[in-house]
Design a protein around this ligand. Structure first.
Ligand SMILES: Cc1cc2nc3c(=O)[nH]c(=O)nc-3n(C[C@H](O)[C@H](O)[C@H](O)COP(=O)(O)OP(=O)(O)OC[C@H]3O[C@@H](n4cnc5c(N)ncnc54)[C@H](O)[C@@H]3O)c2cc1C
Length: 339
């Protein structure tokens, strides 16, 4: 390589380093000690894959979240929000922007003084904890979500559900911080809920849920049973993100699905396409549950993506159904995650 080309490459690398340092200094000045640099996204996701986060911010309050989003807007850097990371696939290259992580610092629970079936819950509370606490209080509505291992904020955003209970059935309002840092309260009945989607934009910081009265003894027994059922059918020994694909909608179904049994779930279609155990690198279609692509130990995001592509192609060829992703892909440089 010519000496001049070499020098110009070094100058460019030094300039990028300077910009990065300035950016980090600015983020630290604005967000204080709650921001860290270069944290591994693999350690923030149940998949255990993904490269570093340029900046990781763990807010303590809704005001902090506003500050984080305002700072990202001012510095013109992309941002994403994560909870427990149980439904994300982070890129091997990591994320070149601000990752806002909603966790235990934002996990308060308050019961309404006049009506104790109304609970206001912080976005960082783990959903299984909410399921257990509400059941113990003799309130039903979310107790069957005991095996959904994410935060309440992620659950509301995803409209998570299990055993005929979904967040959309109980949410009365959601407090959301928008991209410009402004906060608003959105009534539950004005949210465009769909299967595994809320259509919300911004960061969920809290929600109020309305529950039905029940018998704590029965509810806690149900919780135990659902958890037992879950453990039997889930490859808990392998890092994963739960179901990778959404179940097909009625409109997507073709005559060719008759052979897979009813209902023709994504898992049944993948199984019938002969893909259980299919593997690329360290990523594998779980032999236990075909809609789970598990990390057998050393999977990269690229391995998981390759398996996803093969599964989609084979199911499309065999059944004429284009499976849609339930897992959210966190792309380097994107402003927000893909849907
Ligand atoms: C073993 C296993 C079993 C599972 N079973 C189920 C199941 O039965 N039913 C089901 O519905 N899901 C299931 N999941 C998927 C997952 O647990 C849920 O989608 C969960 O609600 C995601 O919450 P989270 O906090 O982990 O979100 P993350 O995975 O961190 O994020 C998921 C998405 O939500 C967004 N998000 C997260 N927090 C917020 C917030 N505060 N505000 C705005 N957006 C936010 C993220 O940007 C991302 O797009 C399972 C996952 C695993 C690993």
């Amino acid at each position: 390589m010519a000496l001049r080309t070499c020098r110009s490459l070094f100058r460019r690398a030094a300039a990028i380093r300077n910009v990065k340092t300035e950016l980090r200094d600015e983020l630290s000045a604005q967000l204080g000690e709650s921001v860290k640099f270069g944290a591994s996204l693999a350690s923030l996701s149940t998949y255990r894959v993904g490269g570093p986060a340029e900046a990781l911010f763990e807010p303590c309050s809704a005001e902090d979240v506003s500050l984080g989003l305002r700072t990202a807007a001012t510095l013109e850097i992309p941002w994403i929000v994560v909870g427990l990371g149980s439904n994300i696939l982070a890129a091997d290259e990591g994320f070149a922007g601000l990752v806002i992580r909603m966790g235990q610092r934002l996990a308060d629970v308050a019961r309404d003084e006049d009506d104790d079936s109304l609970w206001t819950v912080g976005a960082g509370l783990p959903t299984p904890l909410l399921a257990k606490q509400t059941a113990a209080a003799g309130l039903e509505g979310v107790h069957r979500l005991i095996g959904v291992p994410g935060t309440v904020g992620g659950g509301v955003f995803m409209n998570a559900g299990a055993h005929a209970q979904e967040f959309r059935d109980v949410v009365t309002w959601v407090d959301v911080v928008a991209h410009d840092g402004t906060r608003s309260r959105i009534p539950g009945d004005s949210i465009p809920w769909r299967y595994r989607s809320s259509g919300l934009d911004g960061v969920v910081v809290a929600t109020q849920i309305s529950l039905q009265r029940g018998d704590p003894h029965d509810l806690l027994r149900d919780v135990k049973n659902y958890l037992r059922w879950r453990k039997r059918g889930t490859p808990f020994d392998r890092p994963c993100c739960g179901s990778v694909f959404r179940n097909p909608t009625a409109e997507q179904l073709t005559e060719r699905v008759d052979e897979v049994g009813s209902p023709p779930t994504a898992g049944r279609l993948i199984d019938a396409a002969g893909l259980k155990g299919f593997r690329v690198g360290g990523a594998e279609v779980s032999p236990m549950h075909a809609n789970y692509i598990v990390n057998t130990g050393d999977a990269t995001a690229r391995d998981v993506t390759s398996v996803i592509e093969t599964v989609r192609t084979r199911v499309l060829d065999r059944f004429g159904i284009d499976l849609q992703l339930e897992v959210r892909l966190l792309h380097q440089g994107s402003r927000r995650e893909d849907s």
